[in-house]
Each structure stands twice: as structure tokens, then as C-alpha cells.
Ligand binder design. Structure first.
Ligand SMILES: [Mg+2]
Ligand SMILES: [Zn+2]
Length: 175
């Protein structure tokens, strides 16, 4: 049987988005995220993070900075007894500063590349899975990949979203 996943955008869903978060000092978990993840695990969802990190292409922080912050984030979840299956990220931006990352890629949301890669690597049934994001491009990417439930956490609708919610507590009901 294939797995189902709870896909989470990072900035704006796991942590508050102050723009280009690269240090733990600026990484503040949003209330309710641990409870959402606990409930998702109890219902046998894999938890997978799908995040654009153009700060890497823009030279604002390094790949190494990103990996260190990600390792710390995994540890914080573990302290809450939550195992994140994997973090998929796009380091690119077409107008970046670092040539190796300044490309038009197929992984930066709204492109579906990261979802497709995750689905292949973890045998995920995308149609039975959920994506939660705070920007239209999160849900456009999920729709292009075939993710069945697409949840926008925002105070405005978007065409690619199947649900619009205003807090993590509402998310628990959708699992
Ligand atoms: Mg976001
Ligand atoms: Zn990319």
C-alpha cells in the first residue's frame, strides 16, 4: 500500500515568516504545529516539508547554514516526539547572485518538482495526501503534482486551494 503524506510549507506554516530565515534565533515555531504533526502521525501520514529557499541563490545564506538549521529543526520536532520524514527544498532563483543556483529549475514552487520527487522516494499516493501552505504558489504546485487536498492558511482565497483556514487547529479537523 502506498503512503499518504502531510506536506508542509516551512516559512509561514511551521515557523513564522519574517523573510529569509536562516538562524535558529529567528526560527519561531507557530502555535499548534506540533499538535498538528502529532495528530498526523497518529493517522499514519508521513510528514514532509516542501520549501522554497531562494535565499541560497541570492547569497543571503549558505547551503551549509540551511542544512544546520534543518538539522536543528528536526531535533526540535524529535523533542516533541515527532519524526519528520524529509525536508525537500529548492535553493534556486532565476535572478539569484550565485551562478550555480541562479537557474530556472523545475523544483521551485509553483513548479511541482519537489512533490514528485518526494512521491517517488517515499511511495506516496499524492491524491490521498494534503499540502498546507500560506501562499498561492504552494497550492498551485501541489495541484500540478496531483495532491488531493490543498489547504491555504491565509485570510484570502486562492483558486488552487480546496480549503482555506485561519489556524492550525482547523487543520487537525482535515486530517
Ligand atoms: Mg510560506
Ligand atoms: Zn529549484
Amino acid at each position: 500500500m502506498r503512503n499518504r503524506a502531510l506536506f508542509l510549507d516551512r516559512d509561514g506554516i511551521i515557523n513564522h515568516d519574517y523573510g529569509y530565515i536562516a538562524t535558529r534565533e529567528r526560527f519561531h515555531f507557530i502555535d499548534g504545529i506540533f499538535e498538528v504533526c502529532r495528530q498526523a502521525l497518529a493517522k499514519n501520514y508521513l510528514i514532509i516539508v516542501i520549501t522554497n529557499q531562494s535565499g541560497i541563490a541570492r547569497g543571503l545564506f549558505s547551503l551549509d547554514d540551511f542544512h544546520k538549521l534543518t538539522a536543528w529543526m528536526h531535533d526540535q520536532f524529535k523533542e516533541h516526539s515527532i519524526a519528520i520524514t524529509q525536508v525537500y527544498f529548492c535553493p534556486h532563483h532565476p535572478d539569484g547572485k550565485l551562478p550555480e543556483f541562479s537557474i530556472i529549475c523545475s523544483c521551485r514552487k509553483p513548479k511541482p518538482g519537489l512533490f514528485l520527487k518526494a512521491a517517488q522516494e517515499h511511495q506516496i499516493d499524492l491524491n490521498q495526501s494534503i499540502m498546507v501552505g500560506d501562499k498561492a504558489r504552494d497550492l498551485i504546485a501541489a495541484q500540478a503534482a496531483g495532491v488531493g487536498a490543498r489547504v491555504l492558511m491565509a485570510d484570502h482565497p486562492c483558486e488552487a486551494a480546496t480549503h482555506v483556514i485561519s489556524s492550525h487547529l482547523h487543520l487537525i479537523k482535515l486530517l
